[in-house]
Design a protein around this ligand. Structure first.
Ligand SMILES: Nc1nc2c(ncn2[C@@H]2O[C@H](COP(=O)(O)OP(=O)(O)OP(=O)(O)O)[C@@H](O)[C@H]2O)c(=O)[nH]1
Ligand SMILES: [Mg+2]
Length: 614
């Protein structure tokens, strides 16, 4: 199914066209029919010549209902832009276009209607010229009459072409269903409706609504009951209870979004209407209304520098990095141009700004991160055929998020809309590569500093190192331990270089053996062959070239952290024999290695036979 919203000046014939195309009535209210004016969003659908189904969200054109118009267009990927042949481009044509541009809509069809009243050609030319200067991409045009039906077959074909060019959203994407209507049904709770832009909703799913878990009891799409619906689609969801939040709230996948009332955004100038003399965000009014999906939320704007603005929202909204917001001046009455700008969400977890100059620094940092790494595109806006292969898009979004936050868990990345594609840097943790190198250097310094301060007990406890580097998890410290550092009994030592020549060569040989099979410690025969007795092994360990996990059991430094990582992927808790299989080694190595991991605090015993990772 496809969903297209209408747009255009009041009374230009949007609802008449939807009626003519679908045979359904988009204006459902008595008041709408009495006044001949759309007040609320209307819904109707039809079958296209290709057999595909097309649903319309019909919006009001009157300037007083701009918020309703935005709620209708917000979650929808494509627009049928209507202009009357006998009136041409009008103020709300302009206002709607500016809104579409701010929302980043890239799929649009121009329909010049009421062609029975005037020659459509001049208006087609006029409207195309204006649309051409907006960022909506290639726009096709059709001239029709909603009254006589002239041109409707061409319009149907043009709509077919429009929707076949639309992006195919990911059915596995996190769900964010913005509610555009909510009503009580006697005996069966509340029904909410909305446009699902991507992802899948099924009966029985547990989703979040305004932070509260809700269960999908029933599902319909275009008035037909369904077990499961995949975006893009119009959906009606039956929920338990009558006290359910309505328009402007969203049903979301738990863990799939960051619910936040504080965001840093980058303002885009739209149609030259960004306020301020230098078109910088500094010219924005302090009080704004932020629109996203069907939501309109009051916000306070704090310009940080350049185009970067911090927005404090009146309530938390589920967001991803890269989301597009529309900023509007709530205005006392009719200010001249009320849509101010579009804005991309640059950060959903911005840090507090304390020191003087911090705002400006933050703005410069975000601006360069934005320019240098790719922000993810929100689902309804992705251009279909040109869309980069998914892993690449995901990787670049991950890189962007890590540049901002340096260290994040897989769950944080998912909530920011940049699902991690590759294994983590350390277990569930992902690190910005530059930051990770820096941490490695700082750890070496910290360990040396510690050794200098504790000559009698120079090995630095992991916990002390974690504290020193300000890291949230010991596992990160263990992964950072690499030569010249080595982990021994839960402590980190920096090995002095310089082993006797002969020992160094034997150790080098051993390192080569271990490179291929990291948990296959040499047996007594091999050690004797290399001339490595207990004293030589101890010296090699002090030098940070080897790691001894037990008497005569030598591995490479870092093998313990690597083992902990592999064991972390096993179902917990696990037995020695499961660990042995996971590590591809024997009991001779596995038993002392696990005891070593216990001492290092990376694993712990659950009972006589089982352990788990900490
Ligand atoms: N002659 C003629 N009249 C039309 C045509 N299309 C619409 N009209 C008339 O224009 C008026 C407005 O039509 P609507 O379809 O309600 O316009 P709208 O764009 O939906 O208006 P809003 O939703 O209030 O913005 C009605 O009186 C229609 O009968 C057309 O193609 N030819
Ligand atoms: Mg209408």
């Amino acid at each position: 199914m496809h969903v297209v919203a209408t747009a255009g000046h009041v009374d230009h014939g949007k609802s008449t066209l939807v009626r003519a195309l679908t045979g359904m009535e988009p204006d459902r209210l008595d008041e709408e029919r009495r006044r001949g004016l759309t007040i609320e969003l209307g819904y109707a659908w039809t079958e296209l010549p290709s057999g595909g189904r097309l649903a319309f969200v019909d919006v009001p054109g009157h300037e007083r209902f701009l918020a309703t118009m935005l709620a209708g267009v917000g979650p929808v990927p494509a627009v049928m832009f209507v202009v009357a042949a006998d009136e041409g481009w009008m103020p709300q044509s302009e206002e709607h276009l500016v809104a579409l541009e701010a929302l980043g809509v890239r799929h649009c069809l121009l329909v010049v209607t009421r062609s029975d009243l005037a020659d459509p050609a001049p208006v087609v030319a006029q409207a195309l010229a204006r649309l051409d200067t907006a960022g909506l991409g290639e726009v096709a045009a059709v001239a029709v009459s909603g009254r006589t039906g002239q041109g409707l077959p061409e319009l149907r074909r043009a709509l077919d072409r429009l929707v076949t060019g639309l992006p195919r959203p990911d059915p596995a994407a996190a769900v964010r269903l913005w509610i555009d209507r909510a009503f009580s049904v006697t005996g069966s709770g509340t029904v909410i409706t909305g446009t699902l832009p991507a992802g899948t909703v099924s009966v029985g799913d547990e989703l979040l609504l305004a932070g509260e878990p809700v269960r999908v009891r029933g599902l319909e799409s275009l008035k037909e009951p369904r077990d499961t619906v995949t975006g893009v689609a119009r959906v009606a969801v039956n929920l338990r209870g009558h006290d359910v939040p309505g328009r402007g709230h969203a049903l979301v996948t738990p863990g799939g979004w960051t619910a936040t009332d504080l965001v840093d955004v980058r303002v885009t100038s739209v149609g030259g209407h960004v306020a301020g003399p230098r078109r910088e965000a500094a010219g924005l009014p302090r009080r704004l209304t932020v629109h996203i999906g069907s939501a309109a939320v009051a916000a306070e704007a704090r310009p940080l520098g350049g185009r970067v603005v911090r927005l404090r929202l009146a309530r938390p909204v589920p967001l991803h990095l890269g989301d597009v917001l529309l900023l509007r001046d709530p205005g006392r009455d009719r200010s001249e141009m009320r849509v101010l700008a579009g804005a991309r969400v640059l950060d959903v977890r911005p840090p507090a700004l304390g020191r003087r100059g911090a705002a400006r620094q933050r703005a410069a940092f975000l601006e360069s991160a934005f320019l240098e790494s790719a922000l993810p595109e929100p689902a309804p806006l992705q251009p279909a055929p040109l869309q980069p292969a998914l892993p690449e898009a995901v990787a670049s979004g991950t890189a962007y998020a890590l540049r901002l936050h340096r260290l994040l868990r897989a769950a944080d990345l998912r909530a920011m809309g940049v699902a991690p594609g590759t294994p983590g840097t350390s277990g569930e943790w992902y690190a910005d590569p530059g930051h990770w190198r820096d941490l490695g250097r700082r750890l070496v310094e910290a360990v040396r500093h510690y050794a200098a301060g504790h000559p009698l007990d120079p090995a630095m406890p992991i916990e002390a190192a974690r504290h020193e580097l300000g890291l949230p998890d010991r596992q990160l410290v263990a992964t950072l331990v690499r030569p010249p550092l080595t982990l021994a009994g839960g402590r980190i030592v920096a090995g002095p270089a310089g082993l006797p020549e002969q020992v160094a060569r034997a150790v080098e040989q051993l390192r080569r053996d271990l490179a291929a099979r990291p948990f296959h410690a040499p047996d007594a025969g091999r050690l004797a062959e290399l001339g490595l007795g207990p004293r030589e092994l101890a010296a090699a360990e002090r030098a940070g070239s080897l790691l001894r996990v037990g008497e005569g059991v030598a591995l490479l430094p870092g093998a313990d952290a690597r083992a902990a990582e592999l064991l972390g992927r096993l179902p917990q808790p696990f037995t020695v024999s499961q660990a042995r299989h996971a590590l591809g080694t024997t009991r001779r190595v596995a038993v002392p290695l696990l005891e070593h991991l216990d001492r290092a605090g990376l694993t712990e015993r659950v009972d006589e036979v089982r352990r788990r990772c900490r």
